[in-house]
Design a protein around this ligand. Sequence first.
Ligand code: MEV
Length: 438
Amino acid sequence: MKNNIDGFSKLTKEKKIDWIAATYFSEPEKATQLIKSYWNADAKLQQLHDDFIENTITNFYLPLGIAPNFLINGKYYTVPMAIEESSVVAAAAKSAKYWSERGGFKATVFNTEKIGQVHFMFNGNPEKLKTFFTEIKSKFFKDTEATTANMQKRGGGIVDIILVDKTAALENYYQLHATFQTKDSMGANFINSCLEQFAKTLKREAVAHAEFSSAEKDIEVIMSILSNYVQNCIVRVEVSCPIADLAEKNITNPREFAEKMLTAIRIAEVEPYRAVTHNKGIMNGIDAVVLATGNDFRAVEAGVHAYASKDGQYTSLSHAKIENDTFSYWMEVPLALGTVGGLTSLHPMVKLALEMLEKPSAQELMQIVAATGLAQNFAALRSLTTTGIQEGHMKMHLGNIINQFEATPQERTIIEQHFDTNAVSHAAVVTFIENLRK
Ligand code: MEV
């Protein structure tokens, strides 16, 4: 059976599945059945999901977990998290509860500016280009009025457009570098539509510009696209408390704990190998909420990691200090999020997640997402600097292995009781289950 195909996208969903089942599976019927078992029984709902992307054959589940008790700026939130990794939701919930008893998270949005660029090549006199740009700048705003009218009504729009000379980095390379405010929408479509119009305006006006030579009139637009590097779309989140208040069941020496946390963060600040993993833990929290609320986690990931290396070396996103016996711990992250438009109004689970968060504005969602990221980092560092992460992790992992073996409720009780006092490892659990079943 050949495993390449022409016109796959034109096939019906059934035919696509038939082809996949017949091409890749020794038991095509079984594969087909599995694929279809993930279809939603509600045909309308399934159609909605089919239409989100192309060549949809079925759905791919992620669990939606809940982390309650997030006290942020004096308000309690119950945070929805879509993630496959065990321990993450438990860790977020534990941190949220812990910090809610110590004043909660304080979060501030510094700015919500978005960026887009028209990248173009101009073979000519830079001074003439600058004069030309100044003369035609208002036309960029005028030509995009149809696109910006609605956004302006909501208080957003194009903030500014500047001409950037990048010829020192690449011959003939210039940019129109535009800044936007997109209020509660992430704004990708809005920004890209504006940029594509800027590109048309630029080319049209260059052709009509009497001062330009024919080579100068021939501006070559390479591409027009938003940037996910949103270093002016920043939220800061912080927790702090007197060192003595850090004490609880597993933190009997709060000063030693605070100092060890501080050192762990310093290590992530100076050591990129550690920083990447440290920040990965933060992204466990961030991505899970970003996903549950229908936002673009790839954009967030790209932007956050670029921000983590903005000073030339990849470093920790979170920081901490001890001052006057107070432990303070904070993080600043770029988060371009939306709570209207896109998937937020289409995906029923996204709508549910946003409703659970009491329909936050984009700025409020930035605060919630950042708090979840910091909570996650705190939980990871707390485990790493005290018990190690495997203890909690393997307990959660145990549940997954039990499910994998489709244990009966009676078996589950026996297994859980046994591993309450014995170390969990994949091999140990498998052996125990096998012995149990002998
Ligand atoms: C695992 O998903 C995340 C951690 O590795 C984060 C960290 O090391 O800080 C536990």
